[in-house]
Design a protein around this ligand. Sequence first.
Ligand SMILES: C[S@@+](CC[C@H](N)C(=O)[O-])C[C@H]1O[C@@H](n2cnc3c(N)ncnc32)[C@H](O)[C@@H]1O
Length: 409
Amino acid sequence: MSDNRASLPIPPQSALERSARLLAQLRAALHGAGGWLPFDAYMQQALYAPGLGYYTGQADQFGDFGSSSDFVTAPELTPLFGRAVAAQVAQAMDLAGTRRVVEFGAGTGALAAQLLGELAGRGCAPEEYVIVELSGALKHRQMETIRTRAPELADRVRWWTALPESFDAVVVGNEVLDAMPVKLLRRGESGWLERGVGQDGDDLVWIDRPTPLAPPDPEAGALPAGTVTEIHPQALAFIRTLAERLDRGVALFLDYGFPQHEYYHPQRHMGTLRAHYRHRALDDVLLWPGLVDITAHVDFTAIALAAQDAGLDVLGYTSQANFLLNCGLLDLLAQDFVAGPPPAAPESAAAICATLDAPASSLYLRQTAAVNKLLGESEMGELFKVIALGRGIAAPLRGFARGDRTHTL
Ligand SMILES: C[S@@+](CC[C@H](N)C(=O)[O-])C[C@H]1O[C@@H](n2cnc3c(N)ncnc32)[C@H](O)[C@@H]1O
């Protein structure tokens, strides 16, 4: 964690100018609202203000470490991620009797290209691959990615600007729920306060106001004064809308987060809201509006309850590591490099490399490192979870065959 602005790479002048324009808009909104904006309204503008928000004003947020990007998501790490997820999508399409995939928040389009390629390879290419994306800048990047990485299937891809009243599909969303604006709450001496944004001279500052809002976990009433945490009305409204309209199908959401009893645990008294800039996590989420990502962890209990209340079944909940292993990630890794059955022992990496030429061995080692990151307990394997929601699905999903934790929600 670093909040020392002096140690951060300074954004280019053009980006600072874009941020200044967004700041002027935010100041006007603050003025119009009597000097206080609830944090979710601030976050909405900072991420999605047309042409100026973090996701709407640029398209180079994602990428490798060391580049000018801000963070790396699983499909950017290795195509094996999307190929493993495809195993679950293929089974879910069969169970739901649909040949449509709907992906929310497709980022660069990497996951879409991976899913299309792998599903085609398995002989079950979707008839329609729909992307729902808030950012016009990213939509163009997605088109380009699909055109170059899955050209033979590009004519099956379309973009929806709104959900139809009723549809069947296998829905996928990787790191989308965490990008939805949250409300901030602070525990005062005698109850909860809603934390919003105000101005002190030229600076944006926190202003807390009394509120009837409270975290959904009854245990949160015992959290000490000074605790700052989040609630997720926008993500829950999104799940309710999806539940109302998904006539038949499965929805898979992969993201970092916890069940409620962990989310509102006293040890997490600083909340989970963070900004990301050039691969650093910052506590100062008001820094350079529109130039830093802002994100909060997902309350998976609230997601499951919202889905259930709206008529969906919770089909599974587990760690990303369990899910990807159940989907055959290690077999996919071995398939690309090993002739014959996959080796049983991890130490056989050196033996595998010995059978490969230099470029293949270097690729194998890169893929192994990426797989370790996806599965590692202290990396993405345990913090990231997968939840499956659905309607009209009778059989168990393969991604949750071992290690289902639905009972912990
Ligand atoms: C952290 S990025 C993840 C991108 C991509 N899924 C990946 O894994 O690389 C979040 C994405 O969700 C999109 N997004 C956020 N809220 C959305 C919504 N309600 N509907 C569709 N897309 C949304 C953003 O524009 C962005 O593309």
